[in-house]
Design a binder for this molecule. Sequence first.
Ligand SMILES: NC(=O)c1ccc[n+]([C@@H]2O[C@H](COP(=O)([O-])OP(=O)(O)OC[C@H]3O[C@@H](n4cnc5c(N)ncnc54)[C@H](OP(=O)(O)O)[C@@H]3O)[C@@H](O)[C@H]2O)c1
Length: 323
Amino acid sequence: MNGLLLKLARRLPPEPVLVTGASGRIGRRLLEVLSAAGRKVYAMSRNEGAGFPSGVQLRTGDLTRAESLPGTLEGVGLVFHLASYAPSPEDPDPENSPAHQAVTVSGTRNLLEKAREAGVASLVFTSSTRTIDGSDSSYAQAKKTAEKLVLTVSKDMKTTVLRLPPVYGFARQGSIAQMLAAIDAGRFPPLPDFGDLRSLVHVDDVVQVLLLTVLSPMAAGKVYTVTDMQTYSSRQIYELIYAALGKTPPQWRVPAWLLRAGAGAGSLLESITGRSMPLNRGKLNSLSRSAFFDAGEIGEELAYSPLHTLEEALPEIVRQFRA
Ligand SMILES: NC(=O)c1ccc[n+]([C@@H]2O[C@H](COP(=O)([O-])OP(=O)(O)OC[C@H]3O[C@@H](n4cnc5c(N)ncnc54)[C@H](OP(=O)(O)O)[C@@H]3O)[C@@H](O)[C@H]2O)c1
């Protein structure tokens, strides 16, 4: 456990903490830190069987059912609101599921109303850089609306919005882990250089920022973009993963036009069969478009300094992947 994260978690106000989306990728890491720091933590989940670190108390609740929320918020002083619709891997168009509106918009509205009634002092909401990269997906629209809802209540409680790019640090989940598994299995095409620039952030740095946000009065009513302050391209990520796996990338690269043709065929097959394909237009667009963001503001205002870069983190991710 990183010493800085523990130190920050120990400095949080003494009131109990509620984490929504506690069973998710980031939620689990946050719970580990809060519980190791000896904080009183409640983990919200819809699932009565969800398992959490010892000392963390499960509070069952569903954001889309307002009547299930008062019990989850009882006695809570601080909320980390991480929950969002988690699509199944089979969903061919996860960014456009109607569930984003239900969970992220209606669910956040329900949570804010009940949190205000319960006298919660502060709430941090994890949004996405999809809100500022030109996307008009249901996911991006829902996050934009929820951001506004969160900031609107900032006169009643201290609220902060964190916009996250893709998060790494997981061996089995997320886009980096998926690329790693596909490269390891020899199923990933040798990428061309698309000339893209992109941002990423390590899960520990998301936890760092969640904690810094609560500790700083400057963060009240703010929207911060959080990255690891590096610049990557898809080709560079591909090469870093090869190096971490101890392999050499093939000498040849798939031409961009061939990838585009394959992606078009994948999208067509998806529309006919309703099943997810390894490559489609959306997936190729995610690989080839630029998505770079400046995290200078949070660096300056909250003295945020990233603990990790992808290159430095990959050997541990590969070790966990192999285990
Ligand atoms: N991971 C990334 O790369 C990334 C990038 C940008 C932004 N973010 C944002 O960061 C946050 C956390 O991401 P993550 O990847 O850790 O999430 P995740 O693994 O997809 O988990 C989502 C969580 O939301 C909960 N949830 C879903 N519907 C719910 C409902 N109706 N009521 C209550 N809880 C519900 C689920 O809990 P139960 O199933 O236990 O109820 C699940 O634990 C999300 O807001 C996400 O949009 C993540």
